[in-house]
Design a protein around this ligand. Structure first.
Ligand SMILES: Nc1ncnc2c1ncn2[C@@H]1O[C@H](COP(=O)(O)OP(=O)(O)OP(=O)(O)O)[C@@H](O)[C@H]1O
Length: 625
């Protein structure tokens, strides 16, 4: 969008671009499917939620089901007993005599009512135990899959948008379970009451149905409108959610304030809120029309039901006692039918979101890392043979076919200008991604056929952007994979990067939580975080140690220490350092210069500076200050 010049002269910032996911992979649920198609999703979503609930707590699921049936039986017995009592109550010449005669039936009705309520209370207790477990299981299933997908999944069109929609779906799993319980309860009650009502007069059942169905249909149509709004704004909400983190995290608070970014970011965020809100507001009149129409139709049919009952009594085709029973039964049936339709519509609503969740789980499941069963040892040699890599939707490959061998004991430096393909090459060497052409072998194992977790067990990686994990200092070094029972190796790694003193001074030493935003947490400086990232890679004592720009935020002492340690540790592993600080690469046995995705030069520091090529030029520029 072109930047607009205001009349007063001050240039105004552009509004954030309209984002709308129009991917081919995801069929747009609302555009492609009919109401009936969508109604068919309820049993599928219900089945999936039932299986989830069953897998987390069978006992509670069984308790809910049994209690539902008991509560239904209670209602049926109660209604039958009331029907029994109506004759004596209305037929007796004296009320006291009628009450005496109806006493036993009324007692049975009372006990049945109490037992039914008791069953309902137990069902409620069981559901409260079940719901948090279902919520956690749904969330965990999604988080676990996301931690296991191939990195390329994140490059798939609309993947993160669908992930966000699925997150909403995961939250609905509990609502669906709760509504399913209420609906089944309504259904059981309804069957009991409807059978009594049908015995009294079949016409009553038909009219009763008519009075509730319009409301139910209204609920279903409203759910469809809500979901359409949700679906249309999923990209905007995703972007807004991402930006929300940027606006509120202490990590970026300095930059935001010192660069006076607040007014623009406020405008940006407000615009996104307006877009999301605008879609919801536009749907409000539709809801109003649907609800008004459904309620009016329901009202007409309800009046019809009461009218038919009165007409039956007046025309002597029904006794007053029977009409009384019909009123009790129709009240019960009406309430039950109302809940069946209300909760059915709500389930329909949840099923739409849950469908997103299950579809996403299915897709993410297909994208999880599954390569082969080979379990390689720490590599003595890594061999790339014509290995190339292209990101999807990009015309130029990030890496053209590269052939290269790295050997144990070597320290190799990888250099090149921004975008040359260094991080992409690192991903291939570590098996984080597979080449789109050619192969990567660790000794005799082709990484395309290896079990990825077994490969990564031999990798120590300090990526360009390392995690400031909100964990204790100890876990920030051993990453929850302690190698010994004591903390000796943890302290040794801390010493290697010069962090031992800093950690000793933390309020709880190794137990200190490293997250300022959490209560009791403590923050480190940028360089200290980098030292910690190096410590955890060293702690793993890996067969392949890769450090991508490990010292960009470190002081001279820290940097010197890290590179001395790397040299000291080099004998037992393959070491690769990616860096733009070309003075540091003097310590490397071999320097590889990448340029636009190809290896341009290779050699020792002396050889490359003497050769007068790209490396020599970059080095001269780095010295020209
Ligand atoms: N996830 C991605 N999707 C699409 N293109 C990407 C992705 N990651 C990197 N690229 C592109 O691939 C090319 C190589 O990127 P890479 O990150 O490997 O470069 P680099 O040498 O590590 O750069 P730098 O020195 O800036 O870290 C660049 O053109 C970059 O824009």
């Amino acid at each position: 969008m072109p930047r607009q010049e205001g009349r007063a002269g001050a240039p105004r910032p552009s509004a954030p671009p309209e984002l709308g996911y129009t991917g081919r992979a995801h069929s747009r649920a609302m555009e492609d499917t009919s109401l009936v198609d969508m109604a068919r999703r309820i049993p599928a979503a219900l089945g999936a939620t039932f299986r989830l609930a069953w897998s987390v707590d069978r006992r509670m699921v069984a308790t809910v089901l049994v209690c539902q049936v008991l509560s239904g039986i209670g209602t049926a017995v109660m209604l039958a007993a009331v029907a029994d009592a109506m004759g004596p109550l209305f037929g007796a010449t004296h009320p006291a005599a009628g009450l005496r005669e109806a006493g036993p039936s009324l007692l049975v009705a009372g006990v049945a009512l109490g037992a039914g309520s008791g069953a309902w209370i137990v069902a409620d207790w069981a559901t409260r135990r079940l719901n948090p477990q279902v919520a956690s299981a749904a969330d965990l299933a999604m988080v676990d899959l996301l931690m296991r997908v191939e990195l390329s999944a994140y490059d798939e069109e609309g993947f993160t948008d669908r992930s966000q929609a699925a997150e909403t779906g995961a939250l609905r799993a509990v609502d669906l379970a709760e509504d399913a319980k209420n609906m089944t309860n309504g259904l059981v009650q309804l069957v009991s009451a409807a059978s009594v009502l049908t015995v009294l007069h079949p016409l009553l059942l038909g009219v009763l149905l008519l009075s509730v169905v319009p409301r139910g249909m209204g609920g279903v149509i409203s759910a469809r409108i809500d979901y359409r709004v949700f679906d249309a704004s999923v990209s905007a909400r995703n972007t807004r959610g991402m930006m929300r983190w940027f606006l509120t995290t202490p990590t970026l608070a300095d930059e935001l304030r010192a660069n006076t970014m607040r007014p623009y970011l406020h405008f940006w965020y407000r615009t996104m809120c307006d877009r999301v809100e605008g879609r919801a507001l536009a749907a409000a009149p539709l809801h109003l029309r649907v609800n008004t129409f459904a309620a009016s139709l329901s009202g007409v049919f309800t009046v019809g039901m009461w009218g038919s009952l009165a007409a039956l009594v007046v025309s002597d085709r029904m006794t007053l006692a029977l009409a009384g029973t019909a009123i009790v039964a129709s009240q019960t049936a009406g309430r039950s039918l109302n809940s069946v339709i209300r909760y059915g519509a709500a389930m329909f609503h949840h099923a739409l979101y849950l469908d997103d969740y299950h579809r996403f789980l299915g897709r993410a499941g297909e994208l999880t890392t599954r390569r082969g069963g080979a379990k390689p040892e720490a590599p003595a040699e890594i061999r790339l043979t014509g290995a190339a890599f292209s990101y999807p939707e990009k015309r130029t490959p990030a890496l053209h076919p590269v052939s290269l061998t790295l050997r144990r004991g070597e320290v190799v430096a990888l250099v090149g200008e921004n975008g040359a393909g260094k991080s992409t090459l690192v991903r291939l060497l570590t098996g984080l991604t597979l080449p789109t052409a050619g192969s990567v072998h660790w000794d005799d194992t082709d990484l395309a056929t290896a079990d990825a977790e077994s490969v990564w067990r031999h990798v120590g990686l300090v990526p360009q952007q390392n995690g400031h994990w909100p964990l204790a200092a100890r876990e920030n070094i051993d990453l929850g994979q302690p190698r010994t029972h004591g903390d000796d190796l943890v302290w040794q790694a801390a010493e290697q990067v010069g962090m031992d003193e800093v950690i000793r001074e933390l309020p709880a030493g190794l137990d200190t939580l490293l997250a300022r935003s959490l209560w009791g947490g403590h923050e480190l400086s940028g360089g200290q975080w980098q030292r910690l990232a190096c410590a955890r890679a060293m702690y793993r004592s890996p067969g392949l140690l890769i450090l991508d720009e490990p010292t960009s935020e470190m002081d001279a002492r820290g940097e010197h220490r890290i590179f001395s340690e790397l040299r000291g540790m080099a004998r037992d592993r393959i070491t690769l350092v990616v860096t733009h600080r070309l003075d540091n690469v003097k310590m490397a046995d071999r320097i590889i210069v990448l340029d636009k995705g190809s290896i341009r030069e290779e050699g020792t520091f002396g050889q490359l500076t003497d050769a007068g090529g790209l490396f020599a030029e970059l080095y001269a520029l780095s010295q020209d200050r």
